[in-house]
Design a protein around this ligand. Structure first.
Ligand SMILES: [Zn+2]
Ligand SMILES: [Zn+2]
Length: 377
């Protein structure tokens, strides 16, 4: 194994909404690794919208955390040490030191949700990176740090050659969640129409996935223009700018106009805007399916409940993903990178010391998908 330092630097949230601290945390020794655990050197972590809300405390109502925590849950790394046990990933591929890796949150595999419902993302004993206390072993339990401990039950998959580090990192939350949303929605036929709400990383990945699936009418609703241009480039047949059309009425009229007055068969809510859920329900044609991904909390918004009945709408909540969706996300990137320049989504590179600036710029929508480089100075 490589020589491991005694401590490693990590971006720690000790109090919600307060400046993030850079702390030196203990690095677990190789002989301390539990059977099935791994130690990974984090080469690149990317910033997800929910990191901002983990920092400001908004997601606390959805998924309580035990402060202090190491922020960051979207990351890739290189295996540097193994606990006892087989050296392979979750789909049986051999794994060795130096391999690049993505890994899932901890799903126990032994509860009703994991085993009977087959919905590991709803695991009742779920443990999440960035929500786990970092003052107890194994300390390095989040993405914005030089190392991360991969818990024994965490799904893990080797990153195929040809997938750049930054894109692999973005696949570990944004893209694998989009893949999960497409899995939940099921088959979309080429004649069907799709709206993607949001032109952030989730919306842009969803645009590429829908385009690749052969959806011919694909409308992306979002802003700003730079992101909508990328959406067009990646296959959107039309874009609706929330800056040019600031009211829900105007946007609904535009979507109706684009769809012969009918609305669309499938809507993906990937924006997280509080008003977006009610608006997406309006975009849906009767019999449509609505995958809701972006909503993490925030204020209550009024919804016309009778629309669910009148449209016989199917509403599908989606959170996170399991290891199969991580694999599909990486395969999608590997096979389609000639068509979609995923690196165009990656914006500023921040060393760990600048994590506060990074979070503030993310919060102000000045970034699409910024990267944190824990080893850069
Ligand atoms: Zn995320
Ligand atoms: Zn479970």
């Amino acid at each position: 194994m490589s020589l491991l330092p005694k401590t490693a630097r990590a971006a720690v949230v000790a109090e919600y909404g307060k400046p993030i601290e850079i702390r030196d945390l203990p690095v677990p020794r190789e002989d301390e690794l539990e059977p099935g655990a791994l130690l990974v050197r984090v080469d690149v972590a990317s910033i997800c919208g929910s990191d901002v809300h983990q920092w400001d405390g908004m997601t606390q109502t959805l998924a309580p955390a035990s402060l202090p925590i190491v922020l960051g849950h979207e990351m890739m790394g290189t295996v540097v040490a193994f606990g006892p046990g087989p050296r392979e990933d979750s789909i049986g591929q051999p794994l060795k030191e130096g391999d690049r890796l993505l890994w899932t949150h901890v799903y126990c595999g032994q509860c009703h949700e994991c085993r009977v419902q087959n919905t590991p993302t709803l695991c009742r004993r779920k443990k999440q990176y960035m929500r786990t206390n970092c003052e107890r072993f194994p300390y390095l339990v989040g993405g914005f740090a030089q190392y991360c401990y991969v818990f024994p039950p965490s799904g893990r998959v080797r990153i195929p050659d040809g997938v750049p580090d930054g894109v692999a990192s973005a696949a570990s939350c944004a893209l694998r969640t989009v893949v999960h949303a497409f899995d939940r929605v099921g088959r979309i036929e080429p004649h069907q129409r799709v709206v993607v709400q949001g032109a952030g990383p989730l919306g842009l990945f969803a645009t590429a996935v829908a385009n690749h699936a052969g959806v011919s009418e694909l409308i992306v609703v979002g802003a700003p223009e730079r992101r909508l241009a990328l959406a067009r480039h990646w296959g959107a047949s039309a874009v609706v700018s929330v800056e040019e059309l600031p009211t829900a009425e105007a946007r609904l009229a535009r979507v109706r106009e684009l769809t012969g007055g009918l609305g669309v068969d499938v809507v993906f809510e990937l924006s997280g805007a509080p008003y977006a859920f009610a608006e997406g329900l309006d975009f849906l044609r009767p019999g449509g399916r609505y995958a809701v991904v972006g909503q993490l909390g925030g204020p209550l918004t009024p919804v016309q409940a009778a629309l669910f009945v009148r449209k016989q709408a199917t509403i599908l909540g989606v959170q996170s993903a399991d290891i199969g969706q991580f694999w599909k996300a990486l395969e999608f990137v590997r096979r389609t990178s000639a068509r979609y320049d995923f690196e165009a989504m990656l914006t500023t590179r921040y060393p760990l010391d600048q994590i506060n600036d990074a979070i503030q710029n993310m919060r102000a929508f000045r970034e699409i998908k910024p990267l944190v480089l824990p080893w850069a100075s």
